[in-house]
Ligand binder design. Structure first.
Ligand code: DX5
Ligand code: ZN
Length: 226
C-alpha cells in the first residue's frame, strides 16, 4: 500500500448484498475495503460476521478494514483474524480492557484499530496510543449508512492527527460516516488519512468515478499533507 494519502475505504454497508462479489469488484481501485460488523446491541442494527469477511477475503485482493461495532469484541477477535481481516477496529466504548484488546489483535498478526464515537473524548485513548495502528474518529453515530457528518467532530480529527504525529510509529487517522466528495478536502485538511465512504461510493452509478472524486476532493491544495 504505497499510494499517497488519502486512502479511500468503501464501506460495503451501502452495497447491494445480493451482488456483493460484483460490488466489491467494482471498487477494485480502492485502498482498503471497509466491513461494518454490527450486533444489534452496541449499535441498533445487525449486519455480517466472520463468514462474510472470509468470503470477501477470497474474492478481493484489497486489505479488509473490519470495523467491529459490537459489545464484547474480545470474544470474536480470533475468528475475524482467521477470516482474513487486515485491520480490526474495536470501539473504546465497548472495551473495558482496551490496552489488552489492542495487544491481542496485534498478537493475532492483525493491525489494531480503536474507534471513538462522536461524543467520546480523545482523552479516553490517552494511554493506548502506542498500542494502536489506526485511530478511527467516527464522524456519525454508528449504526447506519447515509447519515450527515457531525461537524463538531472536526477539531477531534485535528487533535488526533497532531497527537499521532508525535509518535515514533504514528497510527493512521481514519474517519467514517457522512464522508462525501464535497467534504473530503476539509476532512483531509483536518488530518484524516483514510476516508471511509459507503453511500458516496455505492450510491453512485459509477463507482470508479466516485472513488476518483473522493480522492480528488481529499487531494486539493492544503489537503494533501501526509
Ligand atoms: C456507520 C458505519 C459506516 C457507514 C458509513 O455506522 O460505520 O462505515 O457504512 O456510511 P456513509 O458513508 O454512507 O455515511
Ligand atoms: Zn464503519
Amino acid at each position: 500500500m504505497t499510494r499517497p494519502f488519502p486512502w479511500v475505504a468503501p464501506s460495503i454497508l451501502s452495497a447491494d448484498f445480493a451482488r456483493l462479489g460484483e460490488e466489491v469488484a467494482a471498487v477494485g481501485e480502492a485502498d482498503l475495503l471497509h466491513v461494518d460488523v454490527m450486533d444489534g446491541h452496541f449499535v441498533p442494527n445487525l449486519t455480517v460476521g466472520p463468514g462474510v469477511v472470509g468470503a470477501l477475503h477470497r474474492v478481493t485482493p484489497l486489505p479488509l478494514d473490519v470495523h467491529l461495532m459490537i459489545s464484547e469484541p474480545d470474544r470474536y477477535l480470533e475468528e475475524f483474524a482467521a477470516a482474513g481481516a487486515a485491520f480490526l477496529t474495536v470501539h473504546v466504548e465497548a472495551c473495558p480492557h482496551l490496552h489488552r484488546t489492542l495487544e491481542h489483535i496485534r498478537a493475532l498478526g492483525v493491525k489494531a484499530g480503536v474507534a471513538l464515537n462522536p461524543a467520546t473524548p480523545l482523552e479516553t485513548i490517552r494511554y493506548v496510543w502506542e498500542a494502536a495502528d489506526l485511530v478511527l474518529v467516527m464522524t456519525v453515530n454508528p449504526g447506519f449508512g447515509g447519515q450527515r457528518l457531525v461537524e463538531a467532530v472536526l477539531p477531534k480529527i485535528r487533535r488526533a492527527r497532531r497527537l499521532s504525529g508525535r509518535l515514533r510509529q504514528p497510527p493512521l487517522i481514519e474517519v467514517d460516516g457522512g464522508v462525501t466528495a464535497a467534504n473530503a478536502s476539509r476532512l483531509v485538511e483536518a488530518g484524516a488519512q483514510i476516508l471511509v465512504a459507503g453511500s458516496a461510493v455505492f450510491g453512485a452509478a459509477d463507482r470508479r468515478a466516485a472513488l476518483a472524486a473522493l480522492r480528488a476532493g481529499g487531494s486539493r491544495p492544503g489537503g494533501s499533507r501526509t
